[in-house]
Ligand binder design. Structure first.
Ligand SMILES: [Fe+2]
Length: 187
């Protein structure tokens, strides 16, 4: 019979004694490196997406907020790596498949760019949610409470951004239609 241990956050992890702590630590460090690269992609994407949003002030403000958060997140991840004795200068910013696809989507400067960027941003936030959820499990298994706490803190911000986008997408689409009718937004 298999048992799962559940923490106060409701997340399960592997049972002690069923895995090697060194493996968890190695995965956690590689997870932190990937997170650093992911935040770099996020920062670049949010910087690009915040342009030409004068007709979407709420979206613009939320993107500006998340850009600021993403810079702080990247700094937290870099600090966590440094605390583990991993030099930030050796960081390789891994570009993952989905991230590349998301970037290709956002490169297209079409009239419905704001919609495509919103879809891509939504997908990206969920990629980050998956990454930080995994990082939390790895950190817990490695016995690195500080890294677990950092991952949890960042995860909460990604979840907030994802749910904001989900809630506001209908308004963004409506606004896009209104702007098309008024000629403010080209077809
Ligand atoms: Fe992020």
């Amino acid at each position: 019979m298999q048992q799962t241990s559940t923490s106060s956050t409701g997340m399960s992890g592997p049972q002690p004694g069923t895995f090697r702590v060194e493996d968890a630590r190695e995965m956690m460090i590689s997870g932190l490196r990937n997170a650093h690269g992911l935040e770099q992609q996020a920062i670049e994407m949010l910087e690009r997406n915040s342009e030409r949003l004068e007709h979407y002030p709420e979206l613009q403000a939320r993107i500006a907020q998340h850009l600021k958060e993403s810079r702080q997140q990247q700094a937290l991840v870099a600090q966590a790596l440094e605390d583990l004795g991993e030099s930030p200068s050796t960081l390789k910013d891994t570009v993952m498949g989905l991230v590349q696809n998301v970037q290709m989507m956002t490169h297209a400067a079409a009239s419905d760019e704001v919609l495509k960027n919103s879809f891509a941003g939504y997908a990206f936030e969920h990629f980050e949610i998956a990454s930080y959820t995994a990082l939390m499990v790895m950190a817990r298994a490695a016995g690195e409470a500080r890294v677990e706490q950092v991952a949890q803190q960042i995860l909460a911000q990604e979840e907030e951004m994802a749910s904001w986008l989900e809630q506001h997408l209908p308004e963004i689409v409506s606004q896009h239609l209104v702007l098309m009718q008024s000629g403010e937004q080209k077809r």
